[in-house]
Design a protein around this ligand. Structure first.
Ligand code: HEC
Ligand code: HEC
Ligand code: HEC
Ligand code: HEC
Length: 105
């Protein structure tokens, strides 16, 4: 379960570390204004598609298969479009379910 930590977690260090950097100034504005840092989604499926990480992680599908080489990215960007064909191709190869209602409720 991923989440964005609250801004007071950042203050500890960023009161001192790079306090003048533009991105840190933004973080401090959130802290001082008591408004949570909004989650800007990079990966987002349409509402008519159901997805859950759990089964994928349980089967050791590497994060990079879907998210690209995030460990080399300074700022995460989307490396694939999550088309239905992308999901289905891997499901077919791995004998994962391909019934329509696997991903559509
Ligand atoms: C334990 C200390 C610590 C905490 C807590 C921490 N950071 Fe950092 N942060 C650092 C250090 C160290 C750097 C790297 C500074 C460098 O070497 O450039 C950094 C760098 C950054 C940078 C890059 C700044 C730039 O312009 O280069 C951002 C953005 C950032 N942190 C955001 C956050 C946010 C948001 C939080 C809270 C969710 C947070 N940090 C919490 C220590 C911390
Ligand atoms: C089988 C493909 C797949 C794998 C493997 C996978 N993810 Fe994802 N991930 C997705 C999809 C699809 C979404 C978007 C879900 C949605 O919109 O409901 C997502 C969303 C996310 C998000 C939220 C991103 C955002 O832009 O807000 C994070 C964080 C994330 N995944 C981390 C991970 C990590 C860490 C791993 C490995 C442990 C991992 N994922 C493995 C497909 C995958
Ligand atoms: C790289 C391979 C791969 C990709 C890409 C992939 N999946 Fe999967 N998916 C799997 C595997 C393997 C399973 C686990 C099957 C099992 O548990 O036996 C699975 C299981 C699932 C399940 C759970 C089925 C159930 O009955 O609980 C859903 C839902 C699902 N995937 C949706 C998606 C969606 C939506 C996408 C595209 C955004 C996607 N998957 C992309 C490999 C993949
Ligand atoms: C493994 C997951 C998965 C399975 C199984 C699946 N779909 Fe999809 N489907 C998706 C994803 C992901 C999208 C969204 C694609 C996008 O946004 O471009 C989608 C989109 C769609 C759309 C909307 C098309 C559009 O242009 O947005 C329809 C209709 C659809 N699927 C029908 C089906 C039917 C019928 C089946 C069974 C034969 C099926 N799907 C099986 C993942 C799946």
């Amino acid at each position: 379960m991923a989440s964005i930590p609250s801004a007071d977690r950042c203050v500890y260090c960023h009161d001192y570390i790079k306090a003048d950097a533009p991105e840190i100034v933004k973080v401090m504005d959130h802290y001082n204004g008591d408004k949570p840092i909004e989650w800007v989604k990079v990966f987002d499926l349409p509402d008519h598609v159901w997805f859950n990480h759990k089964r994928h992680i349980a089967k050791d599908v590497p994060c990079q298969k879907c998210h690209g080489p995030v460990e080399t990215m300074d700022v995460v960007s989307r490396t694939n479009e999550f088309s239905m064909g992308f999901c289905l191709a891997c499901h077919q190869e791995n004998e994962a379910p391909t019934d329509c209602w696997t991903c559509h409720t």
